[in-house]
Design a binder for this molecule. Sequence first.
Ligand code: NAP
Length: 295
Amino acid sequence: MQLIDGKNTAAEIKAEIAEKVAARKAAGKKQPHLAAILVGHDGGSESYVANKIKACEECGFRSSLIRFESTEEAPLQEKTLLEAIARLNADPDVDGFIVQLPLPRHIDEQRIIEAIDPAKDVDGFHPTNVGRQSIGLPCFHSATPYGIMELLRRYGISPRGKQVVIVGRSNIVGKPLAAMMMQKGSDADATVTVCHSATPNLADVTRRADILVCAMGRPGFISADMVKDGATVIDVGTTRVPDATRKSGWRLRGDVDFDTVAPKCSFITPVPGGVGPMTIVSLMRNTLIAAEQRD
Ligand code: NAP
């Protein structure tokens, strides 16, 4: 069994991006600029945004954080958020931006996503980018699946001709990953099955996978009997579970029961340190592309 080290791979990619940014600077081109909108004080969102800002520093990017408060007594008006998005769309200095999800329930997330200029949508969530991706046109790829494809590529694990089973059909992981995996071309060409909560006999399906991707948000759900001998297992799940030994009182756990599944695999990603760092680095790759397109 070989561990797929997303942390080290992400560090390598950030170093490659930093070199390209230095070359841009030497050529008199502007520093890529990523902006992030953060609403409220959700612990997970705070730490994701902090990690994205840190990654910007490591890549030599400029970053801006736009914060909005939203409480039950004083909820943020959707209009205020839409105005902030319009300003970022129009700002020639901003190459790309993200609105950190989830948003408070009273805000229509889809309306917010669709307000972002597709040319600055470095999360790849706008329907224009999703649609272009599904028919294989140049676009901003959704960051998590983009990171998974790059991780496989760098470990020499080709999906070509393989049975790929994805458990989870969300718009940010399962669906865009399925589209990438089934694309015609040497980096993809997989036979893809997507499972969800209405899939009967899930274990029968997952056991057929040469590459099994788990994106459910159900900690430890995938057990050894659900995995074929020699499979590659990619664990996207990141759920905070109580852990009294940690100062924080919690730790991150994936969807895969790592200790029992790992001995059966040819390759497996850990949680943390697998897919997570690759998601952030994909956002950096998209931001560099956005800056290059605006040169
Ligand atoms: P989501 O929108 O909640 O989707 C979960 C998917 O799992 C749904 O399609 C659901 O089916 C399916 N599912 C849930 N229980 C199932 C079961 N018992 N059997 C079969 N399918 C089941 O989640 P998401 O946003 O894709 O995120 C999934 C996990 O990945 C979460 O832990 C999240 O924190 C993590 N994540 C990590 C990263 C990263 O960078 N590491 C990025 C994004 C997400 P239905 O559609 O039928 O409800």
